[in-house]
Design a protein around this ligand. Structure first.
Ligand code: SF4
Ligand code: SF4
Length: 171
């Protein structure tokens, strides 16, 4: 099999579905929620510490995969910047009748501006759709991991996980 985190560096959909970090379909319908796309049993737990609502559990041993409690998750997105693996996202499936929001960590400069149209990509960096930047969050407490939220056609909410890098002036 040529798919999966060990072959490609990005998790396959099968690996994600089998992990405890994704919300169930009912929770997705209700509003913004975290998508913890962490499928490797590594010694790591800053996500658990970062959640003010105790919605993420790693527990003991520390190599447990993080488990999302979708009912406790408020969709605040504070866990996203805390993840050194850039493996957490925030998805608001029903932002409008036809669009969704996806928030992702983005550590490349220059950052996009709110209102800008950007090229949105999937987990492998492949172009999926155009998206509109609706929020850029980069407070000091995020420790140089800015968060970008894009509005995209609803059909792509499970696919879009980042955006193409912007060219800087002179590149
Ligand atoms: S989005 Fe907010 S409430 Fe949900 S798991 Fe992350 S930090 Fe916790
Ligand atoms: S902080 Fe990120 S990499 Fe570490 S366990 Fe949590 S989701 Fe996985």
């Amino acid at each position: 099999m040529n798919k999966g985190i060990k072959k490609t560096g990005t998790p396959s959909w099968e690996e994600l579905k089998a992990s405890p970090g994704l919300p169930d379909e009912d929770r997705l319908e209700k509003g913004p929620v975290a998508f913890i796309e962490c499928v490797q049993e590594i010694p790591c737990n800053p996500c658990e510490e970062a959640c003010p609502f105790n919605a993420i559990e790693v527990g003991t041993p520390i190599t447990n995969l993080p488990k999302l409690n979708g009912e406790k998750c408020t969709g605040c997105g504070l866990c996203i910047a805390a993840c050194p693996g850039l493996a957490i996202f925030r998805v608001h499936k029903n932002y409008t009748d036809s669009t969704s929001l996806v928030e992702f960590p983005f550590e490349y400069y220059p950052l996009p501006e709110e209102g800008e149209t950007v090229n949105c990509v999937n987990r492998e960096g492949k172009f999926i759709t155009k998206g509109r930047v609706v929020r850029v969050r980069n407070p000091e407490r995020f420790d140089s991991t800015p968060l970008i939220t894009v509005e995209i056609p609803k059909e792509f909410y499970l696919e879009v996980r980042s955006m193409e890098r912007k060219r800087c002036k002179g590149c």
